[in-house]
Design a protein around this ligand. Structure first.
Ligand SMILES: [Zn+2]
Length: 201
């Protein structure tokens, strides 16, 4: 395994940025810039001088917004508040996936209670009922995201890579209807249990 724990973070970011350019259909200039998009209404533009800290305010609840986030982004609470063992397993998986040309992005990691509630409210609106929404988004009391024990990975090729190799790191898909949701479930190299059909089952 390649370990980057104490390695050159800047180089890693450069590599992942390059990979992100090839993996994303969005504007390459936006992804490649070292300045992250900071406002949803003005993606790709840095925060205006009169909005100091707005990006960090957005991230404080664990919402990574439209930022490209990987395990290296420990300034993101979504990453830094993950369980240390999960974070270490993800680091190893991310390093090895990079050797296969795959960038494992963290589309969601740790979430605070308010953010989880907000996601549930949005899911109820989208799916039309609380019962259906709970198949996709758990309550704060139930969600492994709120305790820092789950990540949603992307893009799709990264989710497939994790499906194939995740158990080498102890990372298992938890729900059959969410190919992106992974938790540290078994010992590295263990056999993942069959996923539950959904988060309500
Ligand atoms: Zn999830």
């Amino acid at each position: 395994m390649t370990m980057f724990r104490t390695g050159p973070r800047v180089a890693l970011i450069a590599i992942t940025s390059l990979l992100a350019v090839t993996a994303c259909s969005g504007d390459p200039a936006e992804v490649a810039t070292s300045e992250r998009p900071t406002t949803p209404d003005r993606p790709g533009l840095p925060a205006a001088p009169d909005e100091p800290g707005r990006a960090r305010d957005v991230a404080a609840d664990g919402d990574v917004g439209d930022r490209v986030v990987t395990v290296a982004d420990t300034d993101e609470p979504a990453v830094s508040n993950l369980d240390p063992d999960l974070l270490a397993a993800l680091q190893d998986a991310t390093d090895d996936a990079a050797e296969d040309g795959i960038t494992i992005q963290i589309n969601s990691g740790w979430r605070d209670t308010d953010y989880q509630n907000r996601l549930l409210d949005e899911a109820i609106e989208e799916h039309g009922s609380r019962e259906e929404a709970l198949r996709w988004v758990s309550t704060p009391d139930e969600s492994a995201h709120v305790t820092g024990d789950a990540v949603d990975v992307g893009p799709t090729d990264a989710a497939y890579w994790m499906s194939r190799y995740g158990s080498d790191y102890g990372l298992c898909q938890t729900f059959a209807n969410e190919i992106w949701h992974y938790e540290l479930t078994v010992e590295p190299g263990g056999s993942c249990p069959p996923p539950r059909s959904d988060s309500a089952s």
